[in-house]
Design a binder for this molecule. Structure first.
Ligand SMILES: [Zn+2]
Length: 163
């Protein structure tokens, strides 16, 4: 389900073991992304939450909740930051923060991940800590360069993005 702020996401439905203070911390971290002044798109999947038992496949992470922050966008270029909580297996989650740029190299079509940081999560406590750390990490990226060409160069990708 696509929404425009973390306040529209039913966090206890996704993570039933969240205490109220933990839910408040998750929401507070998400609010920081929403207050950046850049476009933010949230997506959440109640059927992938920890109250459910979705069918899990090796190598395919089920997205529980994600946020995409758009820092730069033109007709042919772009730079996004993404925060994803995905379901690793029955009880484990992964929190991932990535930097993605427009790129049309042979490996990828359209979007190329140039930087990833991730945290494996087995408890609600660690989920909340990791989510906050991911948001803090993204804030340092927001303070850095918003030039996709710089990130493509650092990753050894072709410039400009479009042929
Ligand atoms: Zn690429």
């Amino acid at each position: 389900m696509n929404v425009t702020s973390i306040g529209q996401i039913d966090l206890p439905a996704l993570f039933p073991e969240l205490t109220q203070p933990q839910a408040d911390r998750l929401r507070g971290a998400g609010d920081e992304l929403d207050r950046l002044g850049h476009p933010v798109a949230w997506d959440w999947h109640p059927d992938h939450g920890l109250a459910e038992s979705p069918t899990l496949h090796d190598g395919i992470d089920l997205i529980v909740v994600s946020a995409t922050v758009n820092l730069f966008e033109t007709m042919s270029d772009g730079l996004d930051l993404e925060l994803v909580v995905s379901r690793e297996d029955e009880w484990r989650l992964t929190v991932t923060a990535t930097i993605e740029v427009a790129c049309w190299c042979l490996e990828d079509h359209g979007v190329h991940v140039v930087h990833t940081v991730s945290w494996l999560v087995g408890t609600t406590d660690v989920l909340v800590d990791s989510f906050e750390t991911a948001v803090r990490t993204m804030m340092t990226w927001v303070d850095g360069s918003h030039d996709p060409a710089m990130w493509r160069s650092r990753a050894g990708l072709p410039n400009p993005a479009a042929e």
